[in-house]
Design a binder for this molecule. Structure first.
Ligand code: SAM
Length: 231
């Protein structure tokens, strides 16, 4: 069953997601189904999304929900672990990592406040392993003042991401931007309406080369030597 169908037919706990997010979830999450996985969603609320993720990822997934509201703890059930704390607290986030390991996937659907989104990202992203995913949703708030947003505002997570796109490309900037750990640990940044996804990757080969066409004479004689055993 597709996640979209599961969401529409949900008669379990309540969840609140935007329709256009589902193709994004499927695009980035599908290859993680039925694997042993630590999936962390920031923002539990009524608990419906945690149940949806459990149905989607399958029995080997550990679904971790974190929320500042202590009431959410009651929504724990087998395979769904809920920890109570502030998403912007490094001590709290570290305690969750100590207990479950670094998450393979983070989905930030928490306070949606700029300072929380970046504090959580800055702490968790470097701790995730090299093929992990980090997704932030409801980034409409990047344009809303009451969430610390605003067009081109330095604190806006959209502005921060625009700068991270430069960091991803730092190797081509002719020294203008110093490559950093983000440059070295990031494979892709995908931007959608309301969602940004960071795909980690250990991208260690970036040289460009031409292949095909007619082999050069020297190369041809080298191949001959190799195959005739004279080398
Ligand atoms: C949008 S709701 C989560 C919805 C849920 N993920 C779903 O899809 O059904 C946001 C949740 O974030 C929690 N929250 C707000 N500020 C937080 C913070 N600083 N740290 C952790 N959770 C926070 C709220 O208590 C609320 O339950």
């Amino acid at each position: 069953m597709s996640l979209w169908k599961d969401f529409l037919e949900n008669r379990n706990r309540e969840t609140f997601k935007c329709h256009n997010y589902f193709p994004v979830y499927e695009r980035h999450f599908a290859s993680w189904k039925n694997r042993s996985l630590v999936f962390m969603e920031i923002g539990v609320d009524k608990g419906g999304s945690l149940q949806m993720w459990q149905r989607y990822f399958g029995p080997m997934a550990k679904i971790i929900g974190i929320d500042i509201n202590p009431e959410c703890k009651k929504l724990e059930q087998p395979g769904i672990f809920i920890r109570i704390g502030d998403q912007s607290s490094p001590e709290f986030l570290q305690s969750v990592i100590d207990e479950f390991g670094a998450p393979d996937i983070v989905l930030d659907d928490g306070s949606h406040h700029m300072k929380h989104i970046s504090a959580t990202f800055n702490y968790l992203y470097p701790k995730q392993h090299k093929n992990a995913l980090y997704m932030v949703e409801d980034l409409c708030t990047c344009y809303w003042e009451e969430y610390g947003g605003g067009i081109d505002r330095q604190e806006s997570f959209i502005t921060i991401t625009k700068n991270l796109i430069d960091s991803l490309n730092a190797d081509h900037s002719r020294g203008a931007i110093t490559p950093d750990s983000f440059t070295r640990q990031t494979f892709a940044i995908a931007c959608y309406d309301g969602i940004i996804v960071f795909e980690k990757g250990d991208v260690w080969r970036k040289e460009c080369c031409r292949t095909g066409g007619k082999p050069a004479h020297g190369f041809r004689s080298l191949l001959k030597k190799i195959f005739s055993g004279t080398r």
